[in-house]
Design a binder for this molecule. Structure first.
Ligand SMILES: C[S@@+](CC[C@H](N)C(=O)[O-])C[C@H]1O[C@@H](n2cnc3c(N)ncnc32)[C@H](O)[C@@H]1O
Length: 232
């Protein structure tokens, strides 16, 4: 064997040892969690959606029938675009879906969908009229970039929920509906109380396609009755 070949073999051996060390250092998903994720990821690929989160909205829609043909929908935190595609299927070409996300949406979308790449916290008040407000439904799957610190992540998620609700209150038609992903924490009950005050009916729903171990849950507010948003 040449010296060069010998050197390559040594490097390859070192590489193998390093990757073994790395696989020890990085905790792997539990088999159950991985199986769950694989199932919905595979399903999303088969159904041509860019994210498995679509199955949560499908379950919400099957239960509450929020999006109707011809509806105007506002999708907050819309990237990579699975909810946008599904909402557009439900509104049909006679409706309209406006999506907002800090990240760009790169998939191709039907003509009734419009996406704005922006941070929700920095939108100008005059943005909404040009975006097509008022809306029949505001749907929010907003989630912050996680830090691993439970307190920080819950506080960030709570700020997103409050902002989504404030937008819904300002830009929903009377009788409109609201869906919001919430990570349960200390602000959860006051948030529910706010929804209860603003909508004729409300519900708290954990879709089957949401991991049981995850603290995420969806709150729906049905039949908006008007009124002001009060931050909790
Ligand atoms: C779970 S993902 C949404 C998935 C989406 N429903 C789908 O089906 O493709 C949450 C999204 O919230 C967005 N987000 C978080 N904070 C935001 C902010 N301040 N303004 C706009 N979007 C934000 C993230 O960029 C991320 O794309």
């Amino acid at each position: 064997m040449s010296r060069r070949k010998k050197r390559q073999t040594g490097a390859a051996r070192r590489g193998k040892a390093n990757s073994r060390a790395a696989s020890k250092a990085i905790p792997r998903a539990t088999p159950k969690k991985a199986k769950w994720a694989d199932h919905y990821t595979r399903l999303a690929r088969k159904d041509r959606y860019p994210a498995r989160s679509v199955y949560k909205l499908k379950e919400i829609q099957a239960k509450y029938r929020l999006i109707r043909p011809g509806s105007k929908v506002l999708d907050l935190g819309c990237a990579p675009g699975a909810w946008l595609l599904y909402a557009a299927e439900k509104t049909g070409p006679g409706g309209c879906v406006v999506g907002i996300d800090i990240k760009p949406v790169t998939i191709s979308l039907p003509g009734q969908v419009r996406v704005v790449t922006a941070d929700l916290f920095t939108l100008a008040p005059d943005f909404w009229q040009s975006a097509g407000a008022p809306f029949d439904s505001v749907i929010s799957d907003l989630a912050p970039a996680t830090t691993g610190n439970k307190m920080v992540d819950t506080a960030r998620s709570s700020a997103l929920c409050e902002t989504a609700l404030a937008i819904a209150v300002d830009h929903l038609v009377i009788g409109g509906s609201f869906v919001c992903k919430v990570f349960q924490g200390p602000d959860f009950q006051p948030f529910v109380a706010n929804i209860k005050r603003l909508f004729k009916r409300y519900d708290i729903f954990k879709p089957q396609s949401s991991r049981k171990a995850s603290r995420e849950i969806y709150i729906t507010g049905l039949t908006f009755s008007g009124g002001n948003h009060v931050r909790t």
